[in-house]
Ligand binder design. Structure first.
Ligand code: CP
Ligand code: NVA
Length: 304
């Protein structure tokens, strides 16, 4: 039987995504009660990192330990992947020795190629194009703070990057409306936008986009791999900083998210993370709980 993967949010149907979120909320409760739940005893997760990470590594590695399993950190610097061993060969070898794999890479084709040749489930832990694991944590966080996101309006401010593309997929899978405010030339994937034209609006003015929104989200102006564009991006995004004053234009019950790491004084003002509407540290913690639920879903295949 072919393994299931999470390469984008479209790999799970809405009912399966709903199962993952509800499971994440339950696993979080058990974790807070110090209850031992070793559903993944003797299972091994291989974690391949081409790019830097704090949250993703710590959450996957801790999550596996908490579920009774083990995680292996495989950096490009120390494996043959970094010396040019083909992805296809690496996928065949690594997936013959571990139970599940997560990959953080530049090219999205790296994770799709790996998954195609893998005997075990593969999780996209961020590529230049998508970051679905972050969306699981974001959707769990919204549900915990405000209930269902279906029918609500979310506004994305800033770069049309991997997170923004994943928000477009989330709008479809979780049934919400998405406004995207980004400078000309920094729009998200054109095909994704046009395929979701019924629920995604590109609005260049942040103040107009945020009016009446229930969730405001932003991310860095310069993603990993784009460092040489930093100066020109700082100029292009100058009018796209999220501040408490901008949040005031949203719905009274609106909350603020950022996947982190954040750059105070760039995409957010110095006081934004401390604003009473910011839920970013709950959002970061939920990477742990939602990914534990995801791994259980992929390995134990419960019927949603
Ligand atoms: N949000 C996120 O993926 O953080 P890291 O880059 O630290 O893993
Ligand atoms: N868009 C950012 C997200 C980091 C978690 C990046 O790709 O660097």
């Amino acid at each position: 039987m072919q393994p299931r993967h999470l390469l984008t949010l479209l790999d799970l149907c809405p009912a399966e995504l709903d199962w993952v979120l509800e499971r994440a909320i339950l696993l979080k409760k058990w974790h807070q009660e110090h209850l031992i739940h070793d559903s993944l005893k003797n299972r091994v997760l291989g974690m391949i990192f081409e790019k830097a990470s704090t949250r993703t590594r710590v959450s996957f590695e801790s999550g596996m330990a908490q579920l009774g399993g083990h995680a292996l950190f495989l950096s490009h610097r120390d494996t043959q992947l970094g010396r040019g061993e083909p992805i296809i060969d690496s996928a065949k070898v690594i997936s013959s020795m571990v139970d599940i794999v997560m990959i953080r890479s530049y090219s999205h084709a790296t994770v799709t190629t790996f998954a195609h040749h893998s005997k075990v489930p593969v999780i996209n832990a961020l590529t230049d194009d998508y970051h679905p694991c972050q969306l699981l944590a974001d959707m769990q966080t919204f549900r915990e703070h405000r209930g269902t996101i279906a029918g609500k309006t979310v506004t994305w401010i800033g770069d049309g990057n991997n997170m923004c593309n994943s928000y477009i997929n989330a709008a479809r899978q979780f049934d919400f409306h998405l406004n995207i405010a980004c400078p000309v030339g920094y729009e998200p994937n054109f095909e994704l936008v046009s395929n979701n034209a019924d629920r995604v609006n590109l609005i260049s003015d942040p103040a107009t986009a945020i009016s009446g929104s229930h969730l405001l989200v932003t991310d860095v102006w310069t993603s990993m791999g784009k460092e040489e564009e930093q100066l020109q991006r700082t100029k292009a995004f100058a009018n796209y900083q999220v501040t408490p004053e901008l949040m005031d234009l949203a719905d009274n019950e609106a909350i603020f998210m950022h996947c982190l790491p954040a750059h105070r004084g760039e995409e957010i003002s110095h006081d934004m993370l401390d604003d009473h509407r910011s839920v970013v540290f709950d959002e970061a913690e939920n990477r742990l709980h939602s990914q534990k639920a995801l791994i259980e879903f992929l390995l134990l295949k419960p019927d949603p």
